[in-house]
Design a binder for this molecule. Structure first.
Ligand code: ZN
Length: 298
């Protein structure tokens, strides 16, 4: 009895030591295991991330090649557009000195044929609605000076510029659109009537000034002859346009939509049909359009 009690007494610290050692042992095993798990886990995450990076890289490469293909296609299309527009026969119907009541009829005919034209207008405050209809129809509203008065506009380059700017402001106020800076000189760039008011160098000075101001001007290479008489014979107008247009691939056709020019309106459907038969398509003048220009007469 005594012995066994003694044994029990002496084995308690030993048990504590054993528990302590066991605890350290177990905890070190657990730590190691957790460490192992963490390492495995982080290794797994690294692999996953690497896979994602590889995937993103290959996706990126794919996008790059798709982008390159698209760029190549755009270039091809640009080339074929340039080739087509060089080969194409393009007619630019232009109407000067309007608008007038004839403009409404002209707009109706153009709408029937789904054709856009260029109107070189002057300033007529009473006809505001017509400018709006021209612009809303997708046609080009171009500048032919506000007043069209040779004795005013051709006295100096500054006077000319002021008159052009006056029309631009007038048009912008009506349409809400910025000016397109497309210009036609009253009488054309080679007119000599201007010499009476501004001297022999006036057109050179005016053209220089307006080029600096950012305007591109268009003369014409097809004259409808509708200004050669107060009211030109309709058949003469059709014949003149179709004969002259057949000599060129880019026909800039001069017509007028002043009030007396009713035969121009009557000639228009035949002109459009005839040009179509010659293989022409129709466009409006823009700053990119090739511009045949007269030589200035001094
Ligand atoms: Zn004119």
């Amino acid at each position: 009895m005594r012995n066994s009690r003694k044994n029990k007494k002496s084995s308690l610290p030993l048990l504590l030591v054993k528990i302590f050692i066991l605890t350290i042992f177990v905890s070190s095993i657990v730590k190691a295991a957790i460490g192992e798990v963490t390492v495995v886990k982080s290794e797994h995450e690294t692999t996953k991330l690497q896979q994602e990076i590889t995937q993103m890289q290959s996706h990126n490469e794919k996008l790059k090649s798709q982008n390159k293909n698209l760029q190549d296609k755009i270039k091809e299309n640009e080339l074929s557009y340039k080739e087509t527009s060089l080969k194409a026969k393009i007619a630019y119907l232009t109407f000067d000195d309007g608008p007038s009541k004839n403009t409404l009829e002209i707009l109706k005919i153009l709408k029937q044929y789904d054709i856009k034209a260029t109107f070189f207008v002057n300033g007529h405050p009473a006809l505001r609605d017509l400018y709006k209809q021209i612009a809303d129809g997708g046609h080009a509203l171009a500048n032919h000076t506000y007043s069209h008065e040779y004795k005013d506009v051709y006295t100096s380059p500054d006077n000319f510029n002021n008159d052009v700017k006056k029309l631009d402001a007038f048009l912008t106020e009506i349409t809400g659109k910025e000016p397109n800076h497309i210009l036609r000189y009253p009488g054309g760039s080679n007119n000599t009537i201007s010499h009476n008011y501004g001297g022999k160098e006036i057109m050179t000075g005016v053209i220089k000034k307006m080029t600096i101001e950012g305007y591109k001007y268009f003369d014409w290479n097809v004259d409808s002859t509708d200004a050669s008489a107060y009211r030109q014979d309709k058949n003469k107008i059709v014949h003149a346009v179709l004969t002259e247009s057949s000599q060129t691939k880019h026909a800039i056709i001069l017509m007028h939509d002043l009030a007396p020019k009713t035969t121009t309106v009557q000639a228009l459907p035949e002109i459009i049909e005839g040009l179509k038969n010659q293989g022409f398509i129709f466009d409006i003048l823009s700053k990119d359009t090739y511009a045949p220009q007269f030589n200035v007469v001094k």
